[in-house]
Design a protein. Structure first.
Length: 319
């Protein structure tokens, strides 16, 4: 009798364990389905639309590799294309985001748009911002890999209109403004910035909508391109903070609005891994690096720096 009772207890435990395992499996399958559905909302650039990039010279070295737990994504903020001209516009913001899937850390390397680099398809030097006009997003990836010896896994690209919509989708962002920035954004005083906010802004913390966030991120009249780079990194950090504070149902609604606005060539497997670790990244603070170093220069065309030195700085920062 005792043997029979013992057998029944063991059998019941096995059934309980089986039910738990089946439950976990179902949850994992539902999570996988949820992520796949989100990925499907993204706009994927076809390879044939992105193959116009000229091959790098045969002598060019392969970019440095990175750990399998790291995903390097080139984030491109671009002008609007000119209708009927075939002109893609320019790349106003070029930032490499290095995502650590193990620790959830995010490192941001922002590249000055006026960097002068060699463009193989043109057989001449051009500004980094203009590479997008000639070779599109894949050309930007090649330019960063070739000149800064860093491996890029893919890109995500938004233009001015879609960026503003993305900020609006998460409910705007909080940004601290200086008196000079306020004067420029309100189009007051001696500063003509070529940008202006819809809302009247004041020194200190302001809650900006999509349009006004874009104008802030594009502002350079109060300083230079380096100052604009810092403002763009400030906006990235503010967006992370805003997303972190959203209730889950609002976050899901925002994500559904945002994803179709983003163009990418990242493999779906890589995107799956990023989405799986998304909660870690949302809680992260950006670590930032500016390339090249300012070195007291506000020159538009950045050609007076050592690429070797910048490669070393980037490699050290991304460790």
């Amino acid at each position: 009798m005792k043997v029979k009772e013992k057998w029944n207890r063991m059998s019941q435990k096995k059934k309980t364990v089986s039910k738990v395992l089946v439950g976990i499996l179902i949850l994992l399958l539902l999570l996988a389905l949820f992520i796949v559905c989100k990925i499907a909302r993204l706009t994927f650039d076809k390879p044939e639309e992105a193959e116009e990039t000229a091959a790098a010279p045969a002598s060019a070295a392969e970019p440095a590799t990175h750990s399998g737990n790291i995903v390097n994504v080139l984030v491109l903020g671009t002008d609007l294309p000119l209708p009927g001209t075939g002109d893609r516009g320019r790349c106003d913001s070029t930032t490499l985001l290095s995502l650590n899937l193990l620790t959830g850390s995010i490192k941001a390397v922002s590249f000055e748009r006026g960097i002068s680099i060699y463009v193989p398809s043109l057989w001449s030097d051009e500004l980094l911002t203009h590479v997008y006009s000639y070779e599109g997003a894949p050309g930007m990836v090649s330019a960063i890999e070739r000149n800064f010896d860093v491996k890029v896994d893919g890109y995500v690209q938004v233009n001015f209109d879609t960026f503003a919509q993305i900020v609006d989708a998460i409910g705007g962002v909080d940004v601290e403004l200086t008196e000079e920035e306020v004067t420029a954004l309100n189009n007051e005083g001696y500063i003509y910035a070529g940008v202006w906010t819809q809302a009247y802004v004041t020194p200190g913390k302001n809650h900006l909508n999509g349009h006004d966030t874009l104008e802030y991120a594009r502002l350079r009249a109060v300083d230079d391109n380096f100052g604009r780079q810092q403002r763009q990194r400030t906006v990235m950090q503010a967006m992370l903070k805003q997303v972190r504070n959203l209730p889950l149902f609002r976050l899901n609604h925002a994500v559904n609005k945002i994803l179709p606005l983003i163009h990418t060539n990242l493999p779906k497997g890589t995107l799956f891994r990023i989405f799986l670790h998304a909660p870690q990244f949302i809680g992260s603070n950006l670590k930032q690096l500016q390339v090249p170093e300012k070195e007291g220069s506000a020159s538009y065309t950045m050609s007076n720096f050592s690429f070797k030195r910048e490669q070393e700085r980037i490699a050290e920062f991304l460790k």
